[in-house]
Design a binder for this molecule. Structure first.
Ligand SMILES: *[C@@H]1O[C@H](CO)[C@@H](O)[C@H](O)[C@H]1NC(C)=O
Ligand SMILES: *[C@@H]1O[C@H](CO)[C@@H](O)[C@H](O)[C@H]1NC(C)=O
Ligand SMILES: *[C@@H]1O[C@H](CO)[C@@H](O)[C@H](O)[C@H]1NC(C)=O
Ligand SMILES: *[C@@H]1O[C@H](CO)[C@@H](O)[C@H](O)[C@H]1NC(C)=O
Ligand SMILES: *[C@@H]1O[C@H](CO)[C@@H](O)[C@H](O)[C@H]1NC(C)=O
Length: 614
């Protein structure tokens, strides 16, 4: 049923042969704009407020929101297209997968948007110049329910290889700059192995590893729609249960890592990369987004990283006192050795803060609004000067988190039950509601008073254990035999994607120094992540398949139902075997449900381990 609905609401062209792709080009302004764009790139990478900005803070909008604003959308499409159709030697060092590229890409796009606006003849020029001043790079919210009945994977980035745009030189059909990037030219030194050395444009869910492989964006859409509840649960848990910067931010597993915080923003970010590029297919190596060194070439990269920026900013608002602690670098970068201590004042190379060679630091960018942007949820109506004002501001942010990411959590069920029983959102005394909730058919099976159990699969594994990117999948019941059908199976409960390097040559040469993270020469650094089980278990309770969320019922239920599969590079499937170094366990935490939308669920300290699968 859902599959049918998807194919109806998501009329993606399934096949877009390469010659068709190549038939669309850039916007024709009537003169050569290339030299202007080259100047944008060749200037030293100084990230600053653009000069012609009005000095105001404007919001980065969700891509579907931006699409509703004709001027901003036109500028966005034209600026991206201009960026892509200029031969450029942007060093790949600026395309490393951290949060910085979104910042740099954001600035280049803003400058290009302002330049393009200036090309309109009057009377339109003023209108576009005004719009360009408030132009900020959009983000793609891959965790919230899509606004209408559509897919969480926006049609604007995957439906069509072309787009019709009315620019300064009239209406034209151009290559859709969100669909794919064509290398200009493909650098066979940087892309030394097949299929990367013959794929001339970026691909998602490539149909094969042959030179004529095509993107299958409808497969990306289906996979995102299936995985969205899992992604939303992870994000909701990260925002409500991870109050420490080091745990929240990165996926390193340390021997002292608490059982209740195996997840991280980085691990969730990795999963979105894998779901965008597609390593879950059996017969192809996955697209560019699934590989660290290639991912920034897919235009979806910037939309994803702007979302990661946004989550980080929301998290900072909720936990303003937690910040970067001195930590040894886990892996080397172009300018740091593994093991080197990094702190809040370590230079964020290669991002120059000014012309005299000073780099940005974490402390310097702690407040993102210095770059002139913010997000709708974080707009402050007035400066915050008191503790009360700060609490009211945080309450508003929490309400947004509940609305956007809490819908798959028992927390929302609890608040809905309260409302259904006629309780006001505030001032409910615990004792008063307990009996009523127990009396409701569902309440007593999900909640114990105002508490419930959050169920999570904890995973840790060596990043290099399988010599390439791989994924671990979980099911309640027997999965289909064909890996291509796994993520669309109703039994599928979630995936952890691991961003391993393609082979030893690509692997950064890591030597153990005084790293506190777990590490082996052979398998690389040990990383951790989670797959949430709670929403799937609640469904089973509602269906009557599971008596309650309490450990005595869930343990025996999972013992017979929970299954895992590991999909290794090259399509090899591990069914019951445990890959070397892989540890999988199921844990539960006790959580107090929120009484109003202004609160987040409160996770009690610690987690109980119930079963070990590996
Ligand atoms: C191609 O990539 C290699 C390795 O990354 C780099 O050294 C070289 O400068 C690149 N060539 C061009 C023309 O960009
Ligand atoms: C693309 O993916 C869809 C959904 O999984 C599938 O039905 C279709 O056959 C795929 N197309 C190709 C050419 O592989
Ligand atoms: C995690 O749980 C296991 C099993 O209950 C326990 O042995 C271990 O000490 C726990 N780890 C931490 C850091 O609490
Ligand atoms: C922070 O790290 C830098 C080098 O990255 C170092 O020079 C500085 O002394 C460190 N500061 C503190 C307070 O540890
Ligand atoms: C570099 O410029 C910044 C501001 O533009 C200034 O604060 C700093 O002192 C300068 N540093 C050097 C070494 O000139």
């Amino acid at each position: 049923m859902a599959r049918l609905r998807l194919s109806l609401v998501f009329p993606f062209l399934l096949l877009v042969p390469v010659p068709v792709l190549a038939q669309y080009g850039p916007y024709d302004y009537g003169f050569d704009v290339g030299s202007h764009v080259k100047r944008q790139f060749s200037s030293r990478r100084v990230v600053v407020q653009t000069e012609s900005d009005d000095g105001e803070i404007h919001v980065r909008q969700e891509i579907r929101q931006l699409e509703k604003d004709p001027e901003l959308w036109t500028l966005y499409i034209l600026a991206l297209s201009m960026m892509q159709f200029t031969d450029q030697d942007v060093p790949t060092s600026c395309l490393v997968p951290d949060m910085a590229p979104a910042l740099y890409g954001s600035q280049v796009l803003r400058n290009l948007a302002q330049y393009i606006a200036s090309l309109w003849p009057e009377p339109d020029r003023k209108r576009f110049e005004r719009a360009a001043r408030r132009f900020r790079i959009p983000y793609w919210d891959w965790a919230a329910s899509p606004p209408s009945a559509g897919s969480v994977f926006p049609a604007s980035i995957g439906a069509l290889p072309f787009v019709d745009v009315t620019g300064p030189n009239g209406r034209q059909r151009i290559a859709n700059p969100l669909y794919s990037y064509s290398f200009r030219p493909l650098n066979k030194t940087a892309f030394s192995r097949a299929p990367w050395n013959y794929w001339t444009n970026t691909l998602r869910y490539p149909t094969s590893s042959a030179p004529d492989a095509q993107s299958n964006n409808s497969q990306a859409a289906i996979n995102f729609d299936r995985n969205r509840p899992s992604i939303a649960q992870r994000l909701y848990a990260l925002l409500s249960n991870y109050d420490d910067y080091n745990k929240f931010s990165n996926n390193a597993w340390r021997p002292q890592s608490p059982n209740a915080s195996y997840d991280s923003l980085e691990s969730l970010h990795d999963t979105v990369h894998s779901l965008s590029g597609g390593i879950i297919q059996g017969r192809s190596p996955g697209g560019h987004m699934s590989y660290i060194p290639f991912s920034a070439f897919d235009p979806i990269f910037f939309l994803h990283h702007a979302m990661v920026d946004r989550i980080f900013a929301i998290w900072q608002t909720l936990y303003p006192d937690s910040w970067v602690k001195p930590t040894p670098a886990r892996e080397p970068t172009y300018t740091h050795k593994a093991g080197q201590i990094q702190n809040a004042s370590t230079p964020l190379t290669p991002f120059f803060a000014n012309d005299n060679g000073t780099f940005w630091t974490s402390d310097g960018v702690r407040d993102h609004t210095i770059f002139g942007y913010t997000y709708a949820e974080l707009v402050k109506q007035r400066p915050i000067t008191s503790r009360n004002a700060q609490q009211a501001y945080q309450a508003r942010v929490k309400a947004a988190v509940n609305r956007l990411y809490g819908t798959n959590s028992p927390a929302t069920l609890f608040m809905n039950e309260l409302r259904a029983q006629g309780f006001k959102e505030v001032g409910v005394v615990d004792g008063q509601i307990n009996d009523k909730l127990f009396a409701s058919t569902l309440g007593g099976r999900i909640f114990d008073g105002d508490h419930y159990h959050e169920w999570t699969i904890n995973i840790r594994v060596g990043k290099m254990a399988l010599g390439g990117p791989f994924s671990i999948h979980f099911f309640l019941g027997d999965p289909p035999a064909d890996p291509d059908s796994w993520t669309i199976s109703p039994k599928h409960v979630g995936t952890m994607g691991v961003f391993g390097h393609a082979d030893k040559e690509d692997a950064p040469r890591i030597r153990r120094r005084n790293l506190d993270a777990d590490f082996s020469e052979e398998d690389g650094i040990t990383i951790s992540g989670t797959v949430p089980l709670t929403a799937a278990l609640v469904k089973e309770v509602i269906k009557g398949e599971l008596a309650s969320l309490a450990p005595q019922h869930v343990e025996s239920y999972l013992a017979t139902r929970l299954q895992k599969r590991v999909l290794a590079p090259g399509g090899k499937v591990f069914t019951v075997e445990c890959v070397r170094g892989l540890k999988i366990s199921v844990v539960s935490s006790v959580v107090r449900a929120p009484y109003s939308e202004d609160e987040l669920p409160e996770w009690k300290p610690g987690a109980n381990m119930h079963m070990e699968m590996c």
